[in-house]
Every structure is written in C-alpha cells, then in structure tokens.
Design a protein around this ligand. Structure first.
Ligand code: 1GP
Length: 257
C-alpha cells in the first residue's frame, strides 16, 4: 500500500510541512447513513482535506469493514482507521492509528485491545501509526470516558499533559492525540496545546468539539500539527464549509497557487 514505499505517515508529515498543518475529517459509521458517508467522503476529497479518519466508540449498528470499503471507494485521500476497539480493523484502509489510551489506567485500552488487534493488522498488511491517545476534560461527560472507564486529564493541568505526551514520545510513539471527546463542550485549550507542543518533538493531533474554521486556525497556531472535526459536518455535506476548515489548517498554503 502507498506509493513507492512512501508511508501514509511520511506523506502526511510532508504535506504538513508544506501547508503548515493538516486537517482530518472524522466519519463515525454508527452515526451516519450510507448516503451521507458517501457525500461527506466526496466533499472531503474535493475540499483539500489531508485524510479521512474512520472510527466510533462502539460500532453498534454497522458492518465496520463495509463502511471502510465504501469510504475508500469514494476517497482520493488516505483513509485511516481511528479504532474504538480491535473489532474496528478493516483491510481496505490505508493505515490505522495504533492508539493506546495513555491518559487512563485501564489495561484494556492501554494494551489488551492492541494485543488482540495486532495479528489482524498484520494479516491485512495495514500501516500502523503508533499514537498516544490522551483524553482531556471538556466540561462534559463524553462517550470515550464512559466506554473506557478512565478519567480525563483536567484541562488546566498542562504539566500532567506534558508528562504523558513525553512518555508517549519516549515509548516510541509517532504522534500524540489530544482528545476532548466527540461533541465536547470545550475543545482542548490553546494553552495546553502550546505547552505540550513545545515540550515534545512528535506531532500533535487535536480533536473534539471544534466547530469553526477560526478554532481550527487557533489550534494550528497554538502548535497542533493536525486538527480533527467530526460532529460539525454530520447532517449535510457542505463542500465549501469543509474547504474553509481545511484552509484554516493550512496557513502556509496559498489558495490557487
Ligand atoms: C472525536 O476528536 C474527534 O474523536 C472529533 O470530535 O466530533 O466533536 O468534531 P468532534
């Protein structure tokens, strides 16, 4: 998979260097009808987003592998699994964020799901992007918190967030994901993003509760390498709106150049 041995990760980093940041659309197959999955994927492909993430907390209602295949068929961008558990692994994806919920102390999400998923990932030949996943308090009880039985890091405890992110880097992880949770009231604070990004040298993904291009811009300027938006686009594929979000994540990219 990939072209001439260029990994999805290297491709993302190259684009990030060129454009000053990156934008990921998150599709949650549990919450979206098939038609909307297709419309959103096609809009995203035209809107200069950098990757489509696919994942959900539960995977209750749909065949996950079929959803990934559908997205891959309609996407001109890399399709990356953002798994809620080892049951969310699909052969048609380009890569998988191999996450460990490092902000929590629940062994299921620190290592058990990974042990169950690893042989399946190998079987499918997927590229893994080892990612330290950190849940940050967002002013609201979120699905990740409920499902994972873990406490989020308080949003004003930057030192705790920094220590976790550095541990992820020293464990060899390639990215850190600062997650406020889908539909979060408050996204991860700019100040925390700034401190963590100055403290570690691996790229930072920020997601949860981001609803405007201005917020995307602020997260990138604070030090995020990639911004994820899911909820906000559900209920209608608006290509122009998606482009505004993607442009906000690409401060170095001159439109039309
Ligand atoms: C959730 O960070 C993602 O895992 C995206 O969150 O759905 O709130 O945009 P939203």
């Amino acid at each position: 998979k990939g072209q001439m041995n260029v990994t999805v990760f290297d491709g993302l980093m190259k684009e990030k260097e060129r454009k000053g940041g990156g934008f990921f659309l998150l599709l949650d197959p549990d919450r979206l009808p098939e038609r909307e999955i297709i419309d959103l994927t096609e809009a995203a492909s035209e809107a200069d987003i950098d990757a489509v993430l696919v994942g959900t907390s539960l995977a209750l209602f749909k065949n996950f592998q079929q959803s990934v295949r559908l997205i891959k068929e309609h996407s001109s961008r890399p399709v990356i699994i953002f798994p809620g558990s080892h049951s969310q692994i699909a052969p048609d994806a380009d890569a998988i964020l191999f996450t460990s919920l490092i902000s929590g102390r629940n062994p299921n999400y620190l290592i058990d799901e990974q042990v169950k998923g690893a042989p399946i990932i190998r079987e499918y030949g997927l590229e893994t992007i080892p990612t330290g996943y950190m849940l940050i308090d967002s002013g609201r009880y979120t699905s990740v918190q409920y499902i994972s039985h873990t406490l989020p890091i308080p949003s004003d405890k930057n030192d705790i967030a920094c220590a976790h992110a550095l541990a992820a880097e020293y464990l060899g992880m390639k990215m850190v994901f600062l997650e406020a949770g889908s539909g979060a009231k408050q996204p991860v604070p700019d100040e925390m993003i700034k401190e963590v990004s100055e403290y570690v040298s691996i790229p930072i993904i920020v997601g949860g509760g981001i609803r405007t291009p201005q917020e995307v811009d602020r997260k990138i300027r604070a030090g995020a390498s990639f911004v994820v938006v899911g909820n906000h686009f559900e209920g209608g594929a608006d290509k122009e709106l998606m482009r505004e979000f993607a442009d906000a994540a690409h401060p170095l990219h001159q439109v039309g150049v």
